[in-house]
Design a binder for this molecule. Structure first.
Ligand code: 5GP
Ligand code: ZN
Length: 116
């Protein structure tokens, strides 16, 4: 399932270039075009779901795979031990701008909370 005007569906389809760092049959991880930290990777299911809530409701197994892929990315990037943040902005007020669920894997520098 993909959506015609969805940016991340186009990245999954290879129609828009991205620096892919990790992939499985059902997930893809690529560097954020506007990184907020030395490591800033987006992890997505290949299948289109608008946000984390929709993904969890539709396919819990796929949600698990996205979480596992995020941790694999953190390990590969060398931030699993030092610590990293995994963020799923969900809805407009949370700052979600691309409505294809994605986890931000952010690390490689000290992060403060709340992010603002
Ligand atoms: P959101 O605000 O929806 O949680 O995050 C969307 C993220 O996608 C932003 O961090 C933004 O920098 C990133 N982004 C937007 N367009 C592109 C693109 O074309 N390629 C890549 N790799 N990242 C993008
Ligand atoms: Zn999509």
């Amino acid at each position: 399932m993909s959506e015609a005007d969805c940016l991340f569906c186009k990245i999954v389809a290879g129609e828009i270039p991205a620096e892919i760092v990790y992939e499985t049959d059902r997930t893809l991880a690529f560097r954020d075009v506007n990184p907020q930290a030395p490591t800033h990777v987006l992890v997505v299911p290949r299948e289109h779901h608008r946000d984390a809530a929709a993904l969890a409701a539709a396919d819990q197994g796929l949600a698990d795979e996205v979480l596992k892929a995020a941790h694999a990315v953190a390990s590969q990037e060398g931030v699993a031990e030092s610590g990293y943040r995994l963020v799923f902005n969900t809805g407009p007020e949370a700052g979600q701008t691309v409505f294809h669920v994605h986890g931000h894997v952010i690390g490689g520098r000290g992060l403060k909370w709340p992010p603002g």
